[in-house]
Design a protein around this ligand. Structure first.
Ligand code: SAM
Ligand code: SF4
Ligand code: SF4
Length: 340
C-alpha cells in the first residue's frame, strides 16, 4: 500500500468510486423512480447544480490518489447526460484508474453510441433488464419500453467488444420473480453474465418490505431445478456477486445477496452524487458535500477531505437492517440520486 492509501474504521480500503452523472432517467422503474413520486411536479436538479466534468475528474484524481482504481458511471440514466464520452476519456486518463464501467438501462444504446463509448475508453458495461416478456418489463419500467429495445442495446454493445457485458436483473417478488427462469434460459450460453439482485430497501419511495425479497437461495434453487448450477470461486476478494456456473458449460451467473447475506465487511465503495456529495454507504441518509473543497481548494484539498471522510467511515447498514428499528426510521437517499 502506498502511504496515500486509506482505510476506514473496519480496515476497509477505498477502491471503487461510483459516479452519478445525472438524477434524470427516461424510465420510471416502479422500484426505483415510481411515477407517484417522480411525476411532472418532481424537481429534478437544474443543470447548473450538476458537477461539471472537470469537477468530477478532480474528485476521481483525488480518489485515485487514495487507492481507487475502479470507476463506474451511473445515474439516473447516464446516457441522458450530454457528451458522456468526454467524461469517460477524462476519467480513463486519470493515473491509477484501471477500470471504467457504466450501468445503463441500454434503451438509448444505438450501435453508434456503443462505438463512441468504447472509443472514448469505456471498458465494461452493465445493462439492467428485469424481464423477458413485454408485459412484465413494461410493468417494471412503466414507460412502455420493450424488451427488444434493451436486447438491441445489448447486441449493439456486443458488436463493439467491451471487455465484459453483464446483465442485471432486480428480482421483486410478485412483480418479476416469474422471469428468473426465462432470463436464465435466454442468457445461458451467450457469454453475457446474468446477475440476479435481491430487491433492496434503498430510498424512501419504493415501499420495500422483506416479503418482496426473493432470496439468493430461492433464486439459485429455481435455476438449479432446470439448469443445474454449481458454486464457482470468487474472482477477487470483495466481489459482490456470488458466482455459479452451469454444469453443462453454458457459462456462469451471479447472485447478489445484499439482503439475505450482506457483504459490508468487504465494501470498499464510495458514491459521488451528481451534485458533488460523497456517500460512504448506499443506505446513508446524508452525503458530505465536496463542492466547497472543489471550488475553493486544489485536488490535494479534495483528497484530504475524502481521506478524512473515509477514515471515520463505520457504515454496515445491510448487516444491521434486520434490527428492524433501523429500517423505517431513518430517511435514506434515493437510488436514482446516487446510482446503486
Ligand atoms: N439507470 C441505470 C440502470 O437502470 O441500469 C443506472 C442507475 S440504476 C439506479 C442502477 C441499478 O440499480 C439498476 O440495475 C437497478 O435495477 C438497480 N436498482 C434500483 N433500485 C433498486 C432496488 N430497490 N433494489 C435493488 N436494485 C435496485
Ligand atoms: Fe431509471 Fe435505472 Fe432507476 Fe430504472 S433503475 S428508473 S432505469 S435509474
Ligand atoms: Fe457497503 Fe453500505 Fe451496502 Fe454495506 S450496506 S455493502 S456498507 S453500501
Amino acid at each position: 500500500m502506498s502511504s496515500n492509501q486509506t482505510s476506514d474504521r473496519f480496515d476497509r480500503p477505498l477502491r471503487d468510486l461510483r459516479v452519478s452523472v445525472t438524477d434524470r432517467c427516461n424510465f420510471r422503474c416502479v422500484y426505483c423512480m415510481p411515477k407517484e413520486t417522480f411525476d411532472k411536479n418532481y424537481r429534478f436538479l437544474p443543470r447548473s447544480e450538476l458537477l461539471s466534468f472537470e469537477e468530477i475528474e478532480r474528485v476521481v484524481q483525488a480518489a485515485a490518489e487514495l487507492g481507487v482504481t475502479k470507476v463506474r458511471l451511473t445515474g439516473g440514466e447516464p446516457l441522458v447526460r450530454r457528451d458522456l464520452e468526454t467524461l469517460i476519456t477524462q476519467v480513463r486518463d486519470v493515473p491509477g484508474i484501471t477500470d471504467v464501467s457504466m450501468t445503463t438501462n441500454a434503451s438509448l444504446l444505438t450501435r453508434a453510441r456503443a462505438r463512441s463509448l468504447r472509443d472514448a475508453g469505456l471498458q465494461r458495461l452493465n445493462v439492467s433488464l428485469d424481464a423477458m416478456d413485454d408485459e412484465t418489463f413494461m410493468r417494471v419500467n412503466d414507460v412502455d419500453v420493450t424488451v427488444q429495445t434493451v436486447l438491441d442495446g445489448i447486441e449493439n454493445a456486443a458488436q463493439v467488444d467491451f471487455d465484459s457485458i453483464k446483465v442485471n436483473m432486480v428480482v421483486k417478488k410478485g412483480l418479476n420473480d416469474h422471469s428468473i427462469l426465462p432470463m436464465a434460459r435466454f442468457f445461458h450460453g451467450t457469454g453475457q453474465i446474468l446477475r440476479f439482485i435481491e430487491f433492496m430497501d434503498v430510498g424512501n419511495s419504493n415501499a420495500w418490505d422483506l416479503s418482496h425479497v426473493t432470496t439468493s437461495g430461492e433464486i439459485a434453487d429455481i435455476i438449479n431445478a432446470e439448469l443445474p448450477i454449481r458454486p464457482a470461486e470468487a474472482n477477487y476478494r470483495g466481489e459482490v456477486a456470488k458466482r455459479w456456473e452451469y454444469q453443462d458449460g453454458g457459462g456462469e451467473i451471479g447472485i447478489i445477496s445484499s439482503v439475505s447475506e450482506p457483504f459490508c465487511g468487504d465494501c470498499s465503495r464510495a458514491r459521488l452524487s451528481a451534485t458533488g456529495s460523497i456517500y460512504t454507504c448506499l443506505f446513508a441518509s446524508s452525503g458530505h458535500d465536496l463542492r466547497p473543497a472543489l471550488r475553493e481548494g486544489d485536488t490535494d484539498t479534495v483528497r484530504e477531505k475524502l481521506r478524512k471522510l473515509w477514515s471515520v467511515r463505520a457504515d454496515r447498514y445491510s448487516e444491521t437492517r434486520t434490527q428492524t428499528s433501523v429500517i423505517h426510521i431513518r430517511p435514506k437517499v434515493e437510488m436514482s440520486f446516487i446510482g446503486g
